[in-house]
Design a protein around this ligand. Structure first.
Ligand SMILES: CC(=O)SCCNC(=O)CCNC(=O)[C@H](O)C(C)(C)COP(=O)(O)OP(=O)(O)OC[C@H]1O[C@@H](n2cnc3c(N)ncnc32)[C@H](O)[C@@H]1OP(=O)(O)O
Ligand SMILES: CC(=O)C(=O)O
Length: 544
């Protein structure tokens, strides 16, 4: 059977930009458009030219793409011709090969939102689409609120589609604008539309995730015969988001019946860059990637439970529906209180440490992990603290320094000029092979709200003088700091997870737990330094 072509239409730069809190710059849009093009989508909807200065600037500088670049707009307003509608003119002036216009298909909206007659709305659709075609553009019609409109007044909703079809729209896109239609209804209505003589090869689907079913509803429309899917990277979009292309693309390429029935513009090589593309968008948005995201999330191939890890070591397909490499993701076997010796051996081998199953040290390490997790530690997200614990348990970690004491003071007061001053200072004493070292840090330029706090003061003091080891930690940077109140035994305790990076491109996370937030942070800071010293020593030993 020859596979049928399924068209992928990305609207990250238009509907994705309708996400609360998301505002791309023109340069960011360019970067995303290039990534989408490399991924292999067929259409890139860049935004609404004329609606705001950024979108207009972006269309002026838009990159050359293999994907069909598409400008978005709305059907002309009543009372003027398509040629005389300034909003439509601005959309056309972007000179894109394709233009997608949204139009009303629900009689209630025509009446309430537009305040025009049903016949005027039909004329607006017909004339706007005909105008695009006359200008030599590929025309797409986004049938807004189509599923609600079909349920309320089927004859009118269909008339709107027929108006677009007869005016020459290449694609007529059924939009579940409010996102409340369930997949079975999307499938049924799509089939009814096709039976009413709107060909599936000209039908697209555009869903929103307000019931958590946008991906399922898109697949239901494809099952019924629609041949274009609209969606966004990482499911960005108005309210709860759009159908997530980062989920749909691997599903269409890897899962039956889609994999055999259809082909898309996404190659296996591009699919292997999907995780990177998803993370790139999060980077641009300065968002923490969703760990549980299907296919591309950091937890999508994380095997925490001991039974899972044990089987994964024997054959990864036992607990994985697809191989992580196919989508550019990676398998993780984290350590936690759910772990057994298989998790531990696997983690150790990833760190370059060989140990034998049954070694009594492994049992002791597992017991320590479980005991400390019961106190509130979380080793699945703080792998460096775990590695340190394991190396110490196996006698593979040198003692570099001991902390004798630390003291930290935070103060809020008025200075001599009567200004409010908030400042922190810290003193830390460690003992090293060369004797004790005391280091001190005080915020030099205190001003209200500019003090970086007691943990920063401790960190600055600690890393300013580590005696004989100082040169080895000079390039360490603290990159993220997360605090949670969690349950340690019967008491609530503070869990601090800190992320670090260095100039060698390494990133690592450590954890500390205490009833005292400063002390929990201090533990994580010390672990981070020790991990770097231990790791560097292990690397130089391996090189000898
Ligand atoms: C379902 C979707 O997601 S569609 C995409 C929606 N995206 C956006 O709205 C983002 C960009 N939009 C904008 O920047 C602005 O809304 C603009 C520039 C397009 C228009 O701004 P304004 O002229 O100030 O109008 P405003 O936003 O207040 O209202 C929209 C107008 O368009 C009309 N309208 C809405 N849909 C359509 C349509 N399909 N065809 C014709 N007119 C329409 C409305 O009736 C309203 O007109 P009115 O003010 O005469 O009642
Ligand atoms: C067009 C569009 O974004 C919608 O109807 O949801």
């Amino acid at each position: 059977m020859t596979p049928e072509r399924l068209s992928l239409f990305d609207t990250t730069l238009r509907d994705g930009q309708q996400t609360q809190g998301v505002q791309f710059s023109a340069n960011e849009k360019t970067q995303i458009a290039q990534a989408l093009d490399a991924l292999g989508v067929d259409y890139i909807e860049g935004g609404w030219p004329g609606a705001n200065p950024t979108d207009s600037a972006f269309f002026d500088q838009r990159p050359q793409t293999r994907a069909t670049f598409t400008a978005f707009g709305m059907t002309k307003r009543a009372g003027r011709s398509a040629a005389n509608d300034d909003v439509l003119a601005a959309v056309l002036n972007a000179n894109t090969p394709a233009v997608c216009l949204v139009g009303k298909t629900y009689d209630f909206h025509v009446d309430t939102a537009l305040g025009i007659t049903l016949e005027e709305n039909l004329a607006n659709i017909r004339e706007s689409i005909a105008h695009l075609v006359a200008q030599g553009r590929e025309a797409l019609f986004d049938a807004e609120h189509f599923f609600d409109g079909w349920s309320a007044n089927r004859a009118y909703a269909l008339d709107c589609l027929i108006a677009a079809r007869d005016a020459g729209a290449r694609w007529i896109v059924l939009c579940d604008t409010n996102g409340g239609t369930l997949p079975a209804d999307v499938g049924r209505i799509t089939a009814e539309v096709i039976a009413a003589d709107i060909p599936g090869e000209r039908l697209g689907i555009h869903t929103h995730d307000d019931t958590g079913n946008a991906v399922a509803a898109s697949l239901a429309a494809v099952d019924a015969g629609a041949r274009q899917i609209q969606g966004t990277l990482n499911g960005l979009g108005e309210r709860c988001g759009n159908a997530n292309l980062t989920t749909l693309i691997p599903t269409l390429l890897l899962k039956e019946p889609y994999a055999s029935r259809f082909e898309t513009g996404v190659t296996p090589d591009a699919l292997a860059r999907l995780t990177r593309t998803s993370r790139m968008l999060d980077d641009i948005l300065n968002r923490i990637p969703l760990r549980s995201a299907p296919y591309v999330g950091a937890s999508a191939f994380a095997h925490k439970a001991g039974l899972h890890a044990s089987a994964i070591v024997k054959d990864p397909t036992t607990y994985e529906h697809v191989a992580p490499e196919i989508v550019g993701n990676a398998r993780i076997v984290p350590m936690s209180n759910q772990a057994g010796q298989s998790n531990l051996l696997r983690r150790l081998s990833e760190m370059g440490i060989e140990a034998e199953k049954g070694d009594p040290a492994l049992g002791r390490i597992l017991d320590t992990v479980k005991e400390r997790e019961a106190q509130g530690f979380a080793y699945d997200s703080a792998q460096a603290s775990f590695e340190l614990l394991a190396r110490k348990g196996l006698g593979l970690a040198q003692d570099f320094f001991d902390v004798e004491r630390y003291r930290v003071i935070s103060e809020r007061r008025r200075n001599a000029k009567g200004e409010i001053v908030v400042e922190s200072e810290a003193v830390v004493t460690i003992s090293t092979r060369d004797g004790p070292v005391t280091s001190y840090f005080k915020n030099e330029h205190p001003q209200e709200m500019q003090d970086d706090g007691p943990v920063n003061a401790l960190w600055q003091a600690l890393k300013s003088d580590l005696g004989p080891w100082q040169a080895r930690i000079d390039d360490m940077r603290l990159t993220d700091f997360k605090v949670r109140i969690t349950q340690g035994g019967t008491e609530a305790v503070t869990q601090v997870v800190i992320d670090f990076a260095d100039d060698e491109g390494r990133a690592w996370a450590t954890v500390g737990v205490s009833a005292n937030i400063v002390d929990a942070s201090f533990q994580a800071l010390v672990d981070a330094i020790e991990w770097k010293l231990v790791r560097d020593t292990a690397v130089s030993k391996a090189a000898e």
